[in-house]
Design a protein around this ligand. Structure first.
Ligand SMILES: Cc1cc2nc3c(=O)[nH]c(=O)nc-3n(C[C@H](O)[C@H](O)[C@H](O)COP(=O)(O)OP(=O)(O)OC[C@H]3O[C@@H](n4cnc5c(N)ncnc54)[C@H](O)[C@@H]3O)c2cc1C
Length: 315
């Protein structure tokens, strides 16, 4: 570091504060470390890809005395098929969600969301677990994961618990994870027959941009030309956390999928969000865009459910 800069120059360089670094070899050691620090004066935090935590430390928003790297723990970066579904290690980098055949073919909403997260550089460092635990209101991976009913496995020194992602987020940056817990896996059940989904993100630029609005939809039909048996619509960037458009979901279930029905559900969804006005978009604009994206994602979810994958809904 240069020592001759003015005070202003130094602060603009966003220097990292000092911290100790540990690299446990297994989950038990990681949990033990977190527990020890929980009861000491030095605070400890897990570091995965570091794309959020290091930025926040450089900005002076947080200053943990110790970082626990979990990248060397066996199994934490693996994708395992389980009973028709999948278990994804929390340390898997986002780019792998785009590359892996199993995810692209069977859990494609997740793959699509991963493909629009940040830039190639970010996608090659950021992890799925870090994206979930960061709990940004505009994070790309929680909406598709919620649409697929994903759960997370949280391990601590003495306990392991499974929490549905619907119950995991509390608000911006806030989750139910406890200070000495590690998110180890994300579990997703296999999609039922005649299921399709889509994720669309509205942004000003094509990369390095968080969503102005994003929607993930998934529908399951009771047969190739049947009625809608299950419907999930997740709205992102329009509330303190990703939310279900509950009334829109209800309006779809039991009905035959038609353009008119999707229009109706999309209008309901636009009334279920509570966006704020900010520099990237006004509240009313965001509500209008929720309507457009909901309609489009439902259309392509239907195309996929009836076996016409590749036809994404446009207007
Ligand atoms: C330039 C840039 C562009 C970006 N664009 C986007 C974007 O378009 N969309 C988007 O969603 N995000 C974006 N991000 C945010 C960021 O990349 C993601 O949130 C990322 O997925 C975080 O993952 P990570 O592995 O880097 O987490 P880290 O920064 O390592 O950790 C983030 C938080 O999660 C905790 N944590 C990490 N792993 C675990 C675990 N296994 N168990 C318990 N706690 C854990 C850490 O303690 C920390 O609090 C961007 C970031 C940058 C810098």
């Amino acid at each position: 570091m240069r020592t001759t800069g003015t005070k202003k120059e130094v602060s603009m360089m966003h220097v990292l504060p000092k911290f100790d670094y540990y690299e446990p070899r297994d989950i038990a050691e990681a949990c033990k470390l977190l527990y020890q620090f929980k009861t000491s004066a030095t605070s400890a935090k897990i570091i995965a890809g570091g794309t959020d935590i290091l930025v926040n430390m450089k900005k002076g928003l947080i200053a943990p005395g110790c970082l626990v790297g979990i990248g060397k723990i066996p199994g934490m970066s693996e994708i395992q098929p389980v009973n028709g579904g999948v278990s994804i290690g929390a340390h898997l980098i986002v780019e792998k969600l785009v590359e892996f055949d199993l995810i692209r073919k069977k859990f494609n909403i997740l793959s699509r969301a991963a493909s629009v997260l940040g830039s190639p550089l970010v996608r090659n460092r950021a992890t799925i677990g870090g994206n979930i635990v960061s709990a940004r209101p505009a994070a790309d991976l929680p909406p598709p994961l919620m649409a697929m009913g994903a759960r997370v496995i949280l391990k601590s020194r003495r306990q392991e618990r499974e929490v549905s992602l619907d119950k995991f987020f509390k608000g911006p940056g806030e989750t139910v994870i406890r200070p000495a817990e590690v998110l180890t896996q994300i579990v997703i059940d296999g999609p039922p027959p005649f299921t399709g989904g889509d994720y669309l993100k509205l942004m000003h630029r094509r990369s390095l941009e968080i969503a102005i609005v994003a929607v993930a939809s998934r529908i399951t039909l009771d047969g190739p030309e049947g009625a809608i048996k299950d419907a999930r619509i997740i709205l992102s960037s329009v509330a303190p956390k990703a939310i279900h458009a509950v009334r829109a979901e209800k309006a779809l279930i039991g009905e035959r999928p038609t353009e008119k029905l999707f229009d109706h559900a999309a209008k309901i969804a636009s009334k279920e969000c509570k966006p704020i006005d900010d520099i990237r978009g006004g509240a009313q604009y965001r509500c209008d865009m929720v309507e457009v994206l909901t309609r489009r994602t439902l259309r392509s979810a239907l195309n996929e459910a009836i076996g016409q994958s590749g036809e994404r809904g446009g207007e």
